[in-house]
Design a protein around this ligand. Sequence first.
Ligand SMILES: Cc1cc2nc3c(=O)[nH]c(=O)nc-3n(C[C@H](O)[C@H](O)[C@H](O)COP(=O)(O)OP(=O)(O)OC[C@H]3O[C@@H](n4cnc5c(N)ncnc54)[C@H](O)[C@@H]3O)c2cc1C
Length: 599
Amino acid sequence: MPQYTPPLRDMQFVMHEVLDVVPALRELPAHADVDADLINQVCEEAGKFCAEVLFPINLSGDSEGCHYDPASRAVTTPKGYKEAWAQYVEAGWPLLTAAPEYGGQGLPHLVGSAVHEMENAANQAWTMYPGLTQGVVELLSAHGSKAQKDLYLPKLASGQWTGTMCLTEPHCGTDLGLIRTKAEPQDGGSYKLAGQKIFISSGEHDLAENIIHMVLAKLPGAPEGSKGISLFVVPKFLPDASGNKGQGNGIFCSGIEHKMGIHGNSTCQITLDGATGWLVGEPNKGLAAMFVMMNGARLGVGMQSLGLTEVAYQNALAYAKDRLQMRSLTGPKAPEQPADPIIVHPDVRRMLLTARAWAEGGRFLAYWVALMLDQAHLHPDEDVRKDADDLVALLTPIVKAFITDNGFAATNECMQVFGGHGYIHEWGMEQYVRDARINMIYEGTNTIQALDLIGRKVLMDNGAKLKKFGKIVAAFVEAEGVSEAMQEFVNPLADLGDKVQKLTMELAMKSMQNREEVGAAAVPYLRVVGHLVFAYGFARMAKAAQDKLAQGAADQTFYQAKLQTARFYFARLYPESAAAIRMARSGAKALMDTEAVFA
Ligand SMILES: Cc1cc2nc3c(=O)[nH]c(=O)nc-3n(C[C@H](O)[C@H](O)[C@H](O)COP(=O)(O)OP(=O)(O)OC[C@H]3O[C@@H](n4cnc5c(N)ncnc54)[C@H](O)[C@@H]3O)c2cc1C
């Protein structure tokens, strides 16, 4: 059976010793009183809930999956899910970051992200139920009318009701301009919706008393394509006059998918058959509004893979210390045993270090972006808000795609550490690989994230956001480049910073001649920029560790481990950036001049 220990020490290191989040949060009036003890205590308590309540039902939930009853159209979640939900709601966890006016505790988004990492490590499939609900809270907070906020937010924020996002239809997922779901105005200001949605996560279940669907649909006479999409709130049960669960609505689950992973989360076909809904925001501006939820979800998906990477690493490490096979190349390391533990073998160490480095780099990136999200929303200085917002926009596709690509690679390596046992269900490792795979697909495939990065986030604003990040890197390089001990980290960082600048300019020029060049370069370009971000993160973490070692801080092994992991990153993972640069520069011809291949 797998194990999970919340990585509280490393979370604290990133938050307090690298990012120094408390002074940064205190600049935000809403968080002026926050302190390290509060943050650490919340994480500690959340970690207990994750390890003791969510984790024990992860493997069993994967085996059992969700059940659909065609007669009642009801979905039953795996054993223990409902009880875990009740405990979660009872303890007030859904309210952690919700606004105080809707009963929330109003804690920083950063704290919510740290908790989310642990929830996902413990049980990704279960965590999708509250994760999507949180997304609906954010969406209605940003675009709902006052009446909609008052009606839905208290119940969603508390976990009494849950939420979904209904975008995908059988014939379209990436290209939402093609959706066919229709919304006709009806008396009383509401709309009647008809259509078919598929792949709707948490679309039907037995955890909460009502489900609030956020649905994309088209109004009569709406413009073609994505400019004609509107957003509607469509409850499973219509609220009665006092705002409580009332009569059933014409929206129901018509089946669930049997899929590769996240078996405990219901992936539903949702039929809208004359369902009553209400417009959210302006007509035909629904996709832009929905981006509030989609952007939050993209960061959330990064946290899913961060959690899986961590838990897979912990289990692979324990196994590698325990499993005896063959002798070390340099002679027995455990002569009293019939063979050495496999952790003595260089390639087993490579697999473990790969997962550990992807987890630590991902944690730095995810928490840094979460902190900037708090700043973007709440900082009193408009310029700081704008800078933070630009960086969050730039880094969101990297959190989504880089962390999830790495997470799949990491869970796969960790499964490999177990040899044949990794392939067997009871060890839990093959579940992590299967669960991690979806994270590269939903919320916009990783290809779409790469196109978003190079197209919208970099080329469309003439590289302004990338330059902001470049300035942060340059300032760090200038400050730390003088230190002899930091050369091994700062030099490759500076080098990659220069290369990213040149590559971006080259691709911008090429894209003016031929737009296919952007599509051809996008995926390797994201890998290159992802490495620049991770190189910056590992250099900062190395600097923090060196300072602590120099100060003679307790827990020297912890800081030595930080330096060793950073060294491993630069020696064995960062070199991928050179190959990715070559691929990004190789041009569209090798992909597009291939008529004979596909004839
Ligand atoms: C388990 C699961 C849960 C999901 N949960 C939800 C949910 O809660 N709500 C929801 O609305 N949807 C959900 N989805 C749907 C998911 O977001 C879509 O499957 C995804 O966005 C891709 O859409 P698609 O499947 O239609 O693939 P398509 O859009 O048909 O894409 C097929 C392939 O073509 C590529 N492609 C498409 N266009 C381009 C382009 N311009 N350039 C390069 N490549 C391109 C894609 O990257 C992909 O590789 C879920 C899906 C799954 C499997």
